[in-house]
Design a binder for this molecule. Structure first.
Ligand SMILES: Cc1cc2nc3c(=O)[nH]c(=O)nc-3n(C[C@H](O)[C@H](O)[C@H](O)COP(=O)(O)O)c2cc1C
Length: 307
């Protein structure tokens, strides 16, 4: 998730466990091959066997509208070690869409097919090429065409976020249409959208018939969700989360400096507040922090006795 699940948070979620595969934030390609340092900046896991320190594979995601340019970058990302290549056809951001990327392409399934086909041809045959789609741009009428276009281009699997671009992140989600797509396609379909709890995970699987699910915001809000889904463990409260928050802050600071770490720490605590009243209280304390010292003081004030 761009601007949220960065290399630091990926590393941390991987340490917490319960996840099989991670995808980088999208890397945008326009009209040329990106220099290696861009791939390595956005996907530093490439330099460690394309996995996190705890061993979760990390696949590079590209976003772009020109088949040949996407393909050449896909080849490079996989030459650098990405264990596959994911293509983003779902980003709803206006700036991205204006520049011919992300969800803008949902209006042109034929171009999605071309981009997937060119990428498939450019990437070594043993590595998967996957596509992340939404159900349409303004409405869902072309959702099957979009999914079939990605499959016809040679996608190994697709991940379907059950909303249109215009629906943004509003609560409505069309799991039933993910089911229709999964029924129509021969390749695996990964269901995505509005999974916040183990009950949601069970529901999305039941409604869509998909075995695999992709979780975005729900994981950030509930970092042990993978274990909760797999083994019924109890959700974590602040006592369990606190040492991870401290680690997150220090690692983010080491990676990108104090201002960045302060902002990201606020962002994460705010997400955690959804499930933890103690985190909501902590957020009220740290939301005005602007320096590293202020953030650390705020975190220390919530230190659980046993930590
Ligand atoms: C802030 C933000 C950034 C996102 N960035 C990406 C991205 O870089 N690549 C991508 O495929 N999806 C991205 N998404 C979409 C999520 O992967 C996911 O499809 C969407 O949030 C719905 O799933 P969820 O309800 O589990 O969050 C982003 C979503 C949000 C809210």
């Amino acid at each position: 998730m761009e601007g949220v699940v960065d290399p630091v948070l990926r590393g941390l979620f991987s340490e917490l466990g319960g996840v099989d595969l991670m995808v980088t934030e999208f890397i945008r390609v326009t009209d040329r091959e990106l220099p290696d340092h861009v791939f390595l900046r956005d996907a530093p896991e490439l330099s460690t066997g394309s996995q996190t320190a705890s061993g979760t594979p990390v696949v590079v995601q590209l976003l772009g509208g020109q088949p040949d340019v996407v393909a050449v970058n896909a080849r490079r990302a996989t030459q650098l070690g990405s264990p596959g290549l994911d293509l983003n056809f779902g980003c709803p951001a206006k700036t991205v869409n204006r520049h011919d990327g992300g969800a803008a392409l949902l209006r042109e399934p034929a171009r999605i097919e071309k981009i997937v086909r060119a990428t498939r041809a450019a990437v070594a045959a043993h590595l998967p090429v996957s596509a992340k789609i939404r159900l349409g741009f303004h409405d869902t009428s072309a959702c099957l065409d979009i999914a079939q276009a990605a499959a016809a281009g040679g996608a190994s699997w697709i991940t379907v976020h059950g909303r249109t671009r215009d629906e943004g992140y509003r609560p409505v989600v069309h799991w039933d249409l993910i089911a229709r797509i999964a029924e129509a396609l021969k390749i695996p379909v990964i269901a995505n959208g509005e999974v916040w709890s183990p009950a949601d995970a069970a529901d999305i699987r039941r409604v869509t018939g998909c075995r695999h699910i992709m979780v975005g915001r729900g994981w950030v809000a509930r970092p042990f969700l993978g274990h909760e889904i797999r083994s019924g463990r109890a959700p974590a409260g602040l006592t369990e989360l606190w040492p991870w928050l401290l680690r997150f802050f220090h690692r983010s600071e080491a990676a990108r400096g104090s201002a960045f770490a302060v902002a990201r720490c606020k962002q994460w605590v705010r997400s955690l507040s959804r499930n933890s009243p103690e985190c909501a209280v902590l957020f009220e304390r740290i939301k005005i922090a602007s320096t590293s010292a202020e953030m650390l003081a705020g975190l220390q004030s919530a230190r659980p006795q046993e930590a």
